[in-house]
Design a protein around this ligand. Structure first.
Ligand code: HEC
Length: 155
């Protein structure tokens, strides 16, 4: 009882807020490595899992075919969601303002895809895949194409 009370009193008395040390995070991979290793391959999984493909051979309505396919989309969505957090880390973030909003948009778009996949809703998955694309483009227009404005690639 007593040590507990003492701790409470001490905490109450501490006037100067001491910055709580965060976990010892360290950005190891470069931004490009995060794009190539996590963001691009997982976005491909999401985008390839829905939509209508017209070819000479006919029309293909893409959708996850099995429970495993749906689980793969879920896993990719989770990775994209968390990649948003990784992009916010010191060492990768290009600033503390707009960049954070753009990274947050990826996190939210990833979570939206995850919801659609969990609901096993292919129409919603297609729509959320579009929002995901917007999240990629939003950041790229601000931070990537400025480096090389002639290169407006597919994503
Ligand atoms: C918060 C910002 C941000 C978000 C969100 C983001 N990117 Fe990027 N991406 C960048 C930046 C900055 C570069 C350029 C890196 C460099 O060249 O140093 C880049 C580069 C790329 C490249 C080119 C890599 C190369 O080798 O030239 C691709 C492809 C790419 N991103 C795909 C995506 C996709 C797909 C998404 C969404 C699912 C996405 N990115 C989301 C910031 C972002």
């Amino acid at each position: 009882m007593f040590p507990c009370l003492a701790a409470l009193l001490l905490a109450g008395c501490a006037k100067t807020p001491v910055a709580k040390p965060g976990p010892p995070l360290q950005a190891v991979a470069t931004l490009e490595e995060v794009m190539h290793g996590m963001v691009i391959p997982n976005a491909e999984v999401v985008w390839k899992s829905s939509g209508t493909i017209y070819t000479k051979a006919g029309v293909e309505e893409r959708r996850p075919q099995s429970e495993n396919d749906w689980l793969a989309v879920e896993a990719s969505a989770v990775t994209l969601t968390e990649a948003g957090n990784l992009l916010m880390m010191e060492g990768r973030a290009k600033d503390t303002g707009r960049w954070m909003q753009r990274a947050k948009a990826l996190r939210e778009a990833g979570a939206g895809v995850h919801q659609a996949a969990k609901a096993r809703n292919v129409d919603l998955l297609f729509e959320r895949g579009g929002y995901l694309f917007d999240a990629c483009q939003g950041c790229h227009f601000d931070y990537r194409y400025e480096k090389d404005p002639k290169v407006i690639r597919s994503h």
